[in-house]
Design a protein around this ligand. Structure first.
Ligand SMILES: Nc1ncnc2c1ncn2[C@@H]1O[C@H](COP(=O)(O)OP(=O)(O)O)[C@@H](O)[C@H]1O
Ligand SMILES: Cc1ncsc1CCOP(=O)(O)O
Ligand SMILES: [Mg+2]
Length: 270
């Protein structure tokens, strides 16, 4: 199903990413910290969980990309997030925003508005998170999506056009758009949302691919999502539940090579 229209195949991007092993600064939540670092290491990147206000901006200037996730938001995090996002933009580094449950409270909405104003290169969220950006009532419950990914495609397109960013919605089928060109990525497994922080980890991996090809954030995002989809499908075939899935998933992220990714990725022009 993979189309010829992607300038860089996901496999080629994976090879380049592994060759570079890019340094990715992940400001992520307490729940995701460990699994996200393991996901990036398994895939071939070099994660660093650096978030303190005193150093986050300086670190963003040396990292290949920055990812910011508001999952366990508190005032302790916000200064570091903002100074890192500003420094990434100033130094031409891509930064990825994961707006975990941004619709849930007044505090999250306010911090999200401040971060979006700092112009993320890519926004990656689940369906409820992307739908809520459009001002529509989403069916989300806390950090988990309560909406079908398909229902978030229109809101994703609108958000990408409004902000001039790449927007990725994940779920049973993923959708990625820069407001002009859009792709659907099929695959993955229903076991994935039953393991905590896999979405947060995917945001980190998007950062790794964006660091590899900063001038191609749309293709980079598609490649990261395709790797998750193919690894998720392969891991589910070996797993008996969420626990064994998460072990098999890390193994698959490491084992999948460029040729396998290109052969098994199911990417459709949308
Ligand atoms: N029902 C599903 N079937 C297949 N893959 C899924 C399903 N739900 C989520 N995924 C995959 O799980 C990963 C995390 O996405 P998601 O669960 O939407 O994020 P979040 O953890 O932020 O809510 C993505 O790679 C997505 O494609
Ligand atoms: C359970 C939980 N609570 C706050 S952040 C978090 C992890 C959310 O991870 P994901 O968005 O990847 O499901
Ligand atoms: Mg999430």
């Amino acid at each position: 199903m993979q189309t010829q229209l992607l300038i860089h195949s996901p496999g080629q991007m994976l090879e380049e990413m592994r060759a570079q092993a890019p340094l990715v600064q992940c400001i992520t939540n307490f729940v995701a910290m460990n699994i996200a670092a393991n996901v990036l290491l398994a895939a071939g990147a070099s994660p660093a969980m650096v978030s303190a206000q005193e150093e986050a901006g300086e670190f963003a200037s040396i990292a290949g990309a920055l990812t910011v996730n508001i999952g366990t938001l508190s005032p302790l995090w916000v200064g570091g997030m903002k100074s890192a996002a500003k420094a990434a933009s100033e130094h031409g580094k891509p930064w990825v925003f994961d707006p975990v449950a941004h619709y849930a409270t007044t505090y999250r909405r306010a911090v999200t508005a401040e971060l979006v104003a700092l112009k993320p290169t890519i926004i990656r969220g689940n369906a409820s998170e992307i739908i809520a950006f459009a001002g529509s009532k989403s069916g989300g419950k806390g950090v988990d999506s309560g909406d079908a990914a398909r229902a978030a495609e229109g809101p994703a397109l609108g958000l990408a056009k409004q902000l001039g960013t790449v927007v990725a919605v994940t779920g049973e089928t993923d959708f990625v758009t820069d407001g002009q060109t859009s792709w659907r990525i099929h695959g993955g497994s229903p076991l994935m949302p039953r393991v905590t922080a896999l979405g947060c980890s995917l945001t980190g991996l998007v950062g790794a691919f964006a660091a590899t090809r900063p001038e191609k954030p749309l293709d980079a995002t598609v490649a990261a999502l395709a790797l998750f989809a193919v690894a998720g499908e392969a891991a589910a075939a070996q797993a008996s539940g969420p626990g064994s899935f998460s072990v098999a998933f890390l193994d698959q992220l490491a084992a999948i090579d460029a040729a396998t990714l290109d052969a098994q990725a199911r990417i459709e022009a949308a």
